[in-house]
Design a protein around this ligand. Structure first.
Ligand code: SF4
Ligand code: FES
Length: 258
C-alpha cells in the first residue's frame, strides 16, 4: 500500500505546529497503524530528518498511551479499537490520512503527536484507589458480590485511561473516564467504604485540571476503545449526588459532576 500522510508536527509545547505531508510507501496491510508510522520514521531517520514523535507502550490495547486522532476521530474510528490495534487493511491504497494529537486544554502538546496526559493520573491519585490495611486476608466467600455488580465493575474496569473520550468531546470533558473509575470501585465491597470521599475528590480534581463539563453528547462513548458505556456517567452522578447529600466535609468540592 502507498499512502499520503498529513501529520501534525510541533517542536515543543511553546512552538506553533503545522501539518506536514509525508509519503508512506510499501506498507503491508497487516501492519498496525503504529508499525506504519515506524516505517515512515525509519525513512526519515535514514534521510537525517527528525522522526515523528508519537506515544506508545504496550501496543496491545492495554496501556492507553497511543493517543492519535486519525482523520478527525480519536483512535481512528474502528469500533472498540485503540490506535495501536488498528491495522492498515482498514485503509485504501492511495488514501490520504490526517494524523493529529489529542486536543484539549488539559492535555498540552509536548511534541508532534505526544500530549501530556498526566492530568488523568492526578485524578486517579485524588481518589481512584482503595485503602487496604495489610493483615489477614478475609475469606473471599465472606464478602459475596452479586453477579450484576461484578459484571458492571468489570465493564468499568476495562477503561485504560487513554483520554480518547476527552479528545472526542466538544467540551473536552473527562466524565466518561472519571465515571468508569468511580463506578468500578463503587460496585465492589472493597471500594464502598470510601465511595463518597472518592467521588468528591475525583470530581474536584477533574474540575481543577481544566476539563470541560459534560453535556451528554455521547461522542466519548462512540470513540472509547473499551466501549465504556454512558450508563457509568449516570452512576457517577448518583455517587456524587449521594456524597454531596451526605455532606462529606473532608473534601472541598469544585464545580460538581458534569
Ligand atoms: S473511558 Fe474509554 S476513551 Fe475514556 S479514558 Fe477510558 S478507555 Fe479511554
Ligand atoms: S500502545 Fe498501549 S493501548 Fe495502544
Amino acid at each position: 500500500m502507498n499512502l499520503t500522510l498529513r501529520i501534525w508536527r510541533q517542536k515543543d509545547r511553546n512552538s506553533p505546529g503545522r501539518i506536514v505531508e509525508y509519503q508512506a510507501t510499501n506498507i503491508i496491510p497487516d501492519m498496525s497503524f503504529l508499525e506504519m508510522l515506524d516505517v515512515v520514521n525509519e525513512g526519515l531517520i535514514a534521510k537525517g530528518e527528525e522522526p515523528i514523535a508519537f506515544d506508545s507502550d504496550c501496543r496491545e490495547g492495554i496501556c492507553g498511551t497511543c493517543s492519535l486522532v486519525i482523520d478527525g476521530v480519536a483512535h481512528g474510528g474502528q469500533r472498540g479499537t485503540t490506535a495501536c490495534q488498528l491495522h492498515m487493511r482498514h485503509f485504501r491504497d492511495g488514501q490520504t490520512i490526517t494524523i493529529e494529537p489529542w486536543r484539549a486544554q488539559a492535555f498540552p502538546i509536548l511534541r508532534d503527536l505526544v500530549t501530556d496526559r498526566s492530568a488523568v493520573d492526578r485524578i486517579i491519585a485524588a481518589g481512584g484507589f482503595v485503602s487496604v490495611n495489610t493483615g489477614g486476608c478475609p475469606d473471599g466467600n465472606a464478602i459475596p458480590v452479586p453477579k450484576t455488580d461484578a459484571d458492571a465493575a468489570m465493564d468499568a474496569a476495562a477503561c485504560i485511561g487513554c483520554g480518547a473520550c476527552v479528545a472526542a468531546c466538544k467540551n473536552a470533558s473527562a466524565m466518561l473516564f472519571v465515571s468508569a473509575k468511580v463506578s468500578h470501585l463503587a460496585y465492589l465491597p472493597q471500594g464502598k467504604a470510601e465511595r463518597e470521599r472518592r467521588a468528591l475528590a475525583m470530581v474536584a480534581q477533574m474540575d481543577a485540571e481544566g476539563f470541560g463539563s459534560c453535556t451528554v453528547t455521547g461522542s466519548c462513548e462512540a470513540v472509547c476503545p473499551k466501549e465504556i458505556s454512558l450508563d457509568f456517567i449516570a452512576k457517577l452522578n448518583r455517587e456524587y449526588g449521594k456524597a454531596v447529600l451526605k455532606g462529606d466535609a473532608r473534601v472541598s468540592v469544585g464545580g460538581g459532576a458534569g
